[in-house]
Design a protein around this ligand. Structure first.
Ligand code: 5GP
Ligand code: ZN
Length: 116
């Protein structure tokens, strides 16, 4: 499933170019266009099945586990042996700008004690 005018659906479809870091049949990870750390990668399900974390249910949560497996694999591949941060912005108060669920992987330096 895809949504018209969704930037991440267009990236998943190859209509907007991205620097891919990880890909399998269900998941894509690419470098964030405005990195906030030396390593800043966005992980998405290729299908626009969830808008944000608030949509996660028992029925659709398997893809979330798959994304976290992909993150762990990618972090090892990139040598983030000293740690990293995973962030999901959800909704207005979460300052989510793209309404296609995604997880930020940030690392490559000691991150700020805030947020979080
Ligand atoms: P959010 O604020 O919704 O959690 O994160 C959306 C992220 O997508 C932002 O960090 C933003 O820099 C990134 N982003 C927005 N448009 C594009 C794009 O066209 N290409 C890439 N690679 N990243 C994008
Ligand atoms: Zn989408």
């Amino acid at each position: 499933m895809r949504k018209e005018d969704c930037i991440f659906c267009k990236i998943a479809a190859g209509e907007i170019p991205s620097t891919k870091v990880y890909e399998d049949d269900k998941i894509l990870a690419f470098k964030d266009i405005a990195p906030q750390a030396p390593v800043h990668i966005v992980f998405i399900p290729k299908d626009h099945i969830l808008s944000c974390a608030d949509d996660i249910t028992e029925e659709n949560s398997a893809i979330i586990a798959d994304i976290f497996v992909a993150i762990a694999k990618t972090a090892k591949q990139l040598g983030l042996d000293n740690g990293y941060r995973i962030i999901n912005n959800c909704g207005e108060d979460g300052a989510q700008s793209v309404k296609h669920i995604h997880f930020h992987l940030l690392g490559g330096e000691k991150l700020s004690e805030r947020i979080v």
